[in-house]
Design a protein around this ligand. Structure first.
Ligand code: FAD
Length: 278
């Protein structure tokens, strides 16, 4: 069982708990992006097992009529075992999800995975129009070119600042520079895309900029934030905009929770309060 200290950031261990969480946020007009925690598998059985769980989640989301999509990690679906394995598993998940009208996001991992991830997105988004999205990272120097190339692909793009500690030859290391790149990417997307923009950020300045750009260009967009981070803002924003909450679940929750607790002092304070019972 997930201890109360972690349950702010993780939606449970089982699919049923995750879907209960989805139901709760849906009642407050927030949509959910369900992610089964898992990455960097070195053998096929856990890849097969997670892929099967995503397929069954897609069915359950459709049957329960929930406002939810899926988000998968390439290395969870076998990328470390080879591009063929990844494509076989991802294609199956996307095909089943499409049968149930459930959208699939492909998370972006470190820069060594960008090419196979974007190639998979381009092919699948073309095959299953409007059923697939991919994440791009503002800290990577290549991203502007990637986004220009993806402008005509009929899927969605989630813009994030980037969570991986990348080498300086491929990534901007300075926070202000990453923020500037993030804004420039939003400016490009809102002015050039027909829609399909997801702002994956908790940063009030970036969300405000996205809203300004939406007002200026009229381009549709959605806001995505993580479960447990600025949830009040999520519910407030949902009164006016489309908001999606990324809700991870599964028995591999410990390292995810540790990352969330350590990344900001607000989260750490919350975690300590929970431990100390104050
Ligand atoms: P930061 O730059 O970390 O912070 C900017 C400001 O936001 C802060 O000053 C504060 O005002 C506010 N803020 C941020 N965090 C908090 C908090 N915990 N509590 C209160 N205020 C806060 N990264 C990837 O590399 N690949 C992915 O596939 C990916 N998917 C993501 C999906 C979603 C839905 C989200 C939200 C993020 C995802 N990320 C992904 C992570 C992303 O790259 C960033 O590492 C992460 O979102 C932190 O950047 P930020 O823009 O939220 O804000």
């Amino acid at each position: 069982m997930i201890p109360p200290i972690a349950s702010r950031f993780v939606a449970g261990e089982s699919p049923a708990e995750a879907l209960d969480h989805v139901h709760r946020v849906n009642q407050r007009d927030v949509n959910a992006i369900v992610n089964l925690l898992g990455e960097h598998y070195e053998s096929r059985p856990p890849v097969r097992s997670d892929a099967a769980e995503y397929r069954s989640l897609a069915e359950d989301i459709a049957t329960s009529n929930l406002a939810a999509s899926l988000s998968v990690k390439p290395s969870q679906l076998g990328l470390d075992l080879g591009v063929d394995v990844f494509r076989e598993e991802l294609d199956d998940v996307v095909a089943t999800a499409a049968d149930h009208d459930v959208f699939v996001w492909i998370d972006m991992e470190d820069h060594t995975t960008t090419d196979p991830t974007l190639e998979a997105f381009e092919e699948l988004a073309t095959e299953y129009e409007h059923g697939v999205g991919v994440c791009v990272q503002a800290n990577l120097k290549r991203t502007r070119d990637d986004v220009e190339r993806l402008a005509d692909v009929p899927g969605k793009i989630r813009f994030v600042k980037g969570a991986y500690d990348e080498p300086a030859d491929v990534a901007y290391k300075d926070t202000d520079r990453v923020n500037r790149e993030y804004e420039r990417l939003l400016e490009y997307a809102f002015s050039e895309f027909d829609g399909g923009i997801a702002v994956g950020s908790h940063d009030p300045a970036m969300i405000e900029r996205a809203i300004e750009l939406h007002d200026e260009y009229g381009t549709d967009f959605e806001i995505q934030m993580l479960m447990g981070v600025r949830e009040d803002a999520q519910y407030d924003l949902a009164e006016e905009y489309e908001v999606w909450q990324y809700a991870p679940y599964g028995d591999r929750w410990k390292s995810y929770f540790y990352r969330r607790a350590m990344e900001r002092k607000e989260n750490l304070r919350f975690a300590l309060r929970a431990v100390l019972g104050r």
